[in-house]
Design a protein around this ligand. Structure first.
Ligand code: CUA
Length: 356
C-alpha cells in the first residue's frame, strides 16, 4: 500500500504541476478572440480537452517524480529489485478512465462539428472562387467582389471552388477552416458574432504566392450589410452597361488595341495580379513573378511587339519565361477567366496607356 507520506507528497506535486500547466494554458493567448458562433464552439472543445490534459499531466508528473525519488538506488546497493507482478485493479483503472476521457472528447467534437456544419434555415449563400493567388466572392444577384463582407448574426454558407490547385479558407477569429479543392465544391458555414475587420488567409501551401493570398473581411450589422449589397448591385449594373458601351465603341472604331485602361486597372486588382507582380502604376511590390515595370525591355528581349507580348504572357504564360523565373508558377487559366474586354483593358493598362 502507499505510505501516507508518499501520498501527501504526490498530491503536493500534482497540485504544483496542475498550477504550472494551468498558468501556461491561461496566460498565453493561444486563440484569437472569437468572432463567430462556430469559433465559440471550437473554443469550448479546446478548453474541454485542455482541462482533461492538465489533470492527466498532473497525475503523471506526481507519480513519475515520486517514483524516481522514493525508489532511487541506495549507495552500495547492488541487489536486484523485488520481483513485481502486475496490479490488476490498477491496470483496469488506467485502461477504463482514459478510454472514457478520449471518448468524451470525441463525442463533444462530433457534436460541435455537426452544429458548425448546420447553416440553419436562412443562410446567406456566398460563392467563393480561389485561384493562385487571389480570392473572389459572389453574392446572390451575381455581385462579385474581392472583399468578403458578412452580415452580423446571420449564417453565411460558402460554396467554394478552385481554378487550379488546393487552397484553404481560414479567418482565424472565425475558427472554421476548409480546403478548396479543384473539381469539387466544398462548403463551410460561418456565423459572425461581432462587427469589425478581419483577414481571410489561404492556409494551404499553394505555390510561390501562397503567403500573399489574402482577402479583407468586414462584418457589418444587418442594415449596413443590406445597404452595402444594394450599392454593389447598383455599381455592378452600371459597370456592365459601361463595359458593353466600351465593347460597342471598340468594334465600331475597328481598333483592336483600344483596350480600356481603366477597366484594366480594376481587372489588375480583381484578378490578383498584384499578389505576385510589382507594377508601379498599380502600387504593388510583390516579387513572386517578373516586375511588370520592365515589360518594354522584356518584350524587346522576346522579340515581340509589346501589346502582343503582354497578351501572350497573360493567356499563355509558359510561352516566354523571363530569365530568373520558373515556368509553372503563373496560372494558365486567365485566358478562360478574363473577358475579352478585361484582357484588352489589362494590355492597355500594362503597356502604360494611362487610365484616367
Ligand atoms: Cu492559395 Cu495558399
Amino acid at each position: 500500500m502507499i505510505h501516507r507520506g508518499a501520498l501527501i507528497r504526490m498530491v503536493a506535486i500534482a497540485v504544483v504541476a496542475a498550477v504550472i500547466a494551468s498558468l501556461v494554458a491561461v496566460l498565453i493567448r493561444w486563440l484569437p478572440e472569437s468572432a463567430s458562433e462556430e469559433m465559440d464552439r471550437i473554443t469550448f472543445v479546446f478548453w474541454f480537452a485542455t482541462i482533461i490534459s492538465i489533470g492527466i499531466f498532473a497525475l503523471v508528473a506526481a507519480v513519475i517524480i515520486e517514483a524516481v525519488w522514493a525508489f532511487r538506488v541506495q549507495p552500495d546497493d547492488d541487489t536486484d529489485g523485488p520481483p513485481i507482478h502486475g496490479n490488476t485493479k490498477l491496470e483496469i483503472a488506467w485502461t477504463i478512465v482514459p478510454a472514457i476521457l478520449v471518448i468524451s472528447i470525441g463525442v463533444v467534437s462530433a457534436v460541435v462539428l455537426s452544429k458548425n456544419a448546420n447553416a440553419g434555415s436562412d443562410p446567406l449563400e456566398v460563392k467563393v472562387f480561389a485561384q493562385q493567388f487571389a480570392w473572389k466572392f459572389e453574392y446572390p444577384g451575381k455581385v462579385q467582389t474581392e472583399e468578403l463582407v458578412m452580415p452580423l448574426h446571420r449564417s453565411v454558407k460558402f460554396e467554394m471552388q478552385s481554378a487550379d490547385v488546393i487552397h484553404s479558407l481560414w479567418i482565424p477569429q472565425m475558427g472554421q477552416k476548409q480546403d478548396v479543392v479543384p473539381g469539387i465544391t466544398t462548403k463551410i458555414v460561418i456565423t459572425p458574432t461581432r462587427t469589425g475587420n478581419f483577414t481571410l488567409i489561404c492556409t494551404e501551401l499553394c505555390g510561390l504566392g501562397h503567403a500573399t493570398m489574402r482577402a479583407p473581411v468586414r462584418v457589418l450589422d444587418q442594415a449596413a450589410f443590406k445597404r452595402w449589397l444594394d450599392d454593389q448591385r447598383a455599381a455592378g449594373a452600371g459597370a456592365a452597361a459601361g463595359a458593353g458601351a466600351a465593347a460597342g465603341g471598340q468594334s465600331g472604331g475597328g481598333a483592336a488595341a483600344a483596350g480600356d485602361a481603366a477597366l484594366g486597372k480594376t481587372t489588375f486588382a480583381s484578378a490578383g495580379c498584384g499578389g505576385c507582380h510589382t507594377f508601379k502604376p498599380a502600387g504593388t511590390d510583390a516579387q513572386v513573378g517578373p516586375d511588370l515595370d520592365n515589360l518594354v525591355a522584356d518584350a524587346k528581349k522576346a522579340g515581340e511587339p509589346e501589346d502582343q507580348y503582354i497578351e501572350q504572357s497573360i493567356v499563355d504564360p509558359e510561352a516566354v519565361i523571363v530569365s530568373g523565373y520558373q515556368p509553372g508558377v503563373m496560372p494558365t487559366t486567365f485566358g478562360k477567366t478574363l473577358s475579352p474586354a478585361e484582357l484588352s483593358g489589362l494590355v492597355a493598362f500594362l503597356s502604360g496607356k494611362e487610365a484616367n
